[in-house]
Design a protein around this ligand. Structure first.
Ligand code: CA
Length: 372
């Protein structure tokens, strides 16, 4: 569909939030389009729960409405809201390049990849309740941190606030407890994708993360786009994923092309500091979903699964500042001549994604000083 971006929730001039479809630089109001009561709602969840055939029928109806010249509300008049009531949030670690880079920085004297990494998509359960929509300002988190040579931990605002460029997928149709979702059932359960910024306080993270993984260094906020792009709009963007060696266990094997060819960029206070592509991710979305449910854990409408930081092999393709600056050792220069290692107060970060003609919803956020 020309100009189609995805489904979201919006309001105009203080009206009740409702579901809309973004097309180009405007929004089609689905609450008044005669498509059903599920669109007169403050989240996409009721619509998503209806399942794959309804998603496809709706997209066809939306296409007809757009083609027939239905009224499109200019984006400037619309206030966007969090598009989904987020249930559980899982964050993976699916980029081989990112996992290798981080392993070198966090454990310089050891093998960068831990022994499990090539056998399963490593992930952790994050905090669904602190997922916010693009445009929401981010207050610099406070916490406990201790550099390796510090005699004792300190408490205060994070000094190493970072971004993580990620691609997430949103669950539409849930599953039953005790019944794993096979990789081959991915499209029956997953509605679409969103860009994700998994904000990360590196100093808090480095001190707290062993042995149980990320906690307060991540949970303060996670930003997602206002528009969820249905998989159906990305059909021509599925490409072969990187070869996996060793071959994963059978429950992680799936036929077909499952990497998404989406060009990505990170803009920091007006300067693009990274360009990469989601197609390089080692673990694919169906593998992530199959792994997350193989123990019988159920999924539900509104669950969010994020890829992990997307980094490429060359300098300038990394999806986080800790990688782009070699852990702060190599500051990057912005267009105004200033330099950055980690985020400063009032910095604005914008993540963008482009799949051919389709521009995904961006993820924008500005850093506010701690305690504001
Ligand atoms: Ca992450």
């Amino acid at each position: 569909m020309t100009g189609g971006v995805g489904f979201g929730v919006f309001s105009v001039a203080g009206d009740e939030p409702r579901v809309g479809f973004r097309v180009g630089h405007g929004v089609l109001d689905l609450a008044t389009a005669g498509l059903g009561a599920v669109f007169n709602a403050s989240s996409l969840n009721s619509f998503l729960a209806l399942g794959r055939s309804t998603w496809e029928d709706t997209l066809a109806r939306v296409d007809q409405l757009v083609t027939s010249g239905a009224e499109i509300i200019p984006l400037e008049q619309a206030t966007t809201h969090l598009p989904i009531d987020v249930g559980d949030y899982v964050d993976f670690y699916s980029s081989l390049e990112h996992a290798t880079n981080l392993g070198r920085l966090f454990r310089p004297d050891a093998e960068p990849l831990l022994p499990n990494w090539r056998h399963l998509p490593v992930g952790y359960h994050g905090r669904g309740g602190t997922v916010v929509v693009s445009g929401t300002p981010l207050v610099r988190p406070c916490g406990q941190a201790k550099a390796p040579n510090d005699p004792a931990p300190r408490f205060g605002p994070s000094r190493r606030l970072d971004i993580e460029l990620e691609l997430g997928f949103v669950v539409g149709a849930g599953s039953r407890l005790g019944k794993p979702v096979p990789a081959s059932a991915f499209r029956d359960h997953v509605f679409g994708v969103v860009l994700v910024n998994d904000w990360s306080a590196r100093d808090i993270q480095a001190w707290e993360y062993q042995p149980l993984g990320p906690f307060l260094g991540k949970s303060f906020a996670t930003s997602i786009a206002a528009w969820v792009t249905p998989l159906a709009l990305l059909e021509d963007r599925f490409v072969p994923s990187p070869k996996q060696d060793p071959e994963p266990l059978p429950y992680l094997c799936i036929a077909g092309d499952w990497a998404l060819d989406i060009e990505l960029e990170v803009e920091l206070s007006g300067t693009v500091v990274s360009r990469t592509n989601a197609s390089g991710l080692y673990w694919t979305m169906p593998q992530q979903l199959a792994h997350a449910t193989v123990n019988g854990a159920s999924i539900a409408t509104g669950d969010l699964f994020a890829s992990g930081t997307i980094s490429g092999p060359e300098h300038g393709t990394e999806g986080s500042l800790i990688e782009l600056t070699s852990n702060g050792a190599r500051p990057i220069r912005l267009g105004d001549g200033s330099t950055r290692t980690f985020l400063e107060d009032h910095d604005e970060v914008v993540l963008r994604g482009r799949a051919g003609e389709l521009e995904l919803g961006e993820v924008r956020g500005t850093i506010l000083p701690a305690g504001v």
